[in-house]
Design a protein around this ligand. Structure first.
Ligand code: PAF
Length: 272
């Protein structure tokens, strides 16, 4: 992969890179479409990264379908698909880690304490292997994108980082590979994340600025659905992810909710 990237670079071409864990859906395809526009050469990686799953999380169960992924890659006119094995990336004597001081101590990082270390590590490795000029990440994983932007700044990666807007099903559910875990009943329930975000957006449009009130109303609404467990609902600064009490400028509203055993996330930027 490194040799290929070197040769593409020597041809003066710009490499666009979309890292994924596979089980591709239209959300990933929208990132690939963006990559197609931003680069001359489009690389997709598919690797279910063990270091970003905590003990008891769904690493083994994570949905995989390489054949379908490769078909989608072809449809999106991807130039190369990088599918390393766990052994190739981590070997048997792997020792190095990457840690950020502040951004992981919010939102998903609180209930998934080692998750973002694992993400930062694998993204660093993929960047060194794929050598992209530009890399594209989905905005559904808002905190992940913020962390990657920070890491790229801190460690002087010469890579442009781009976000891709959340892609939703027709009824509003944010697309996610983990939606595959949902039963038909849970799939209906899962819509409450987006509906709660919309309720909050409406309240803010009508002048509400008290974040505790907005969060309480959202929690009440979500808890009225069966089989739900709120991990967090946060209204925070879009850069630092620190909570805010009053909405005076644009804020990030982010939430994670378990529907049955499936943990779903979603977010929206709210402007007063
Ligand atoms: O967003 C994902 O799919 C993963 O976290 C990523 C960025 C591919 C790293 O494994």
């Amino acid at each position: 992969m490194q040799a290929r990237s070197e040769s593409i670079r020597k041809q003066g071409k710009r490499i666009a890179f979309v890292p994924t864990m596979g089980f591709l859906h239209e959300g990933h395809c929208s990132l690939l479409k963006k990559g197609r526009v931003l680069g001359d050469d489009l690389v997709l990686s598919i690797f279910v990264n063990p270091t970003q799953f905590g003990p008891g999380e769904d690493y083994d169960a994570y949905p995989r379908d390489m054949e379908k992924d490769l078909q989608l890659a072809e449809r999106e006119v991807v130039d190369a698909v990088f599918t390393p094995s766990r052994e190739e990336l981590y070997g048997s004597n792997f020792q190095t880690g990457i840690e950020l001081e502040k951004l992981p101590n919010h939102l998903c990082g609180l209930s998934r304490p080692s998750h973002f270390q694992g993400v930062a590590l694998v993204v660093t490795k993929l960047f060194h292997i794929v050598k992209p000029h530009v890399a594209i990440f989905g905005e559904k994983d808002y905190q992940q994108l913020a962390i990657i932007r920070q890491m790229v700044r801190d460690l002087d990666f010469d890579i442009q980082i781009e976000g891709g807007a959340i892609v939703r099903e027709k009824d509003g559910l944010a697309m996610s590979s983990r939606n595959a875990y949902l039963s038909a009943e849970q799939r209906k329930t899962a819509l409450c994340l987006f509906q709660a975000l919309q309720k909050a957006r409406k309240a803010v449009a009508q002048g509400e600025t008290d974040t505790a009130k907005i969060i309480n109303d959202m929690a009440f609404f979500i808890q009225s659905h069966p089989d739900t467990e709120i991990d967090y609902i946060s209204i925070c600064d879009p850069q630092t992810l620190d909570s805010v009490d009053r909405i005076q400028k644009s804020v990030l509203l982010a939430l994670a909710v378990k529907v049955g055993k499936t943990r779903l996330i979603d977010n929206m930027i709210l402007s007063p």
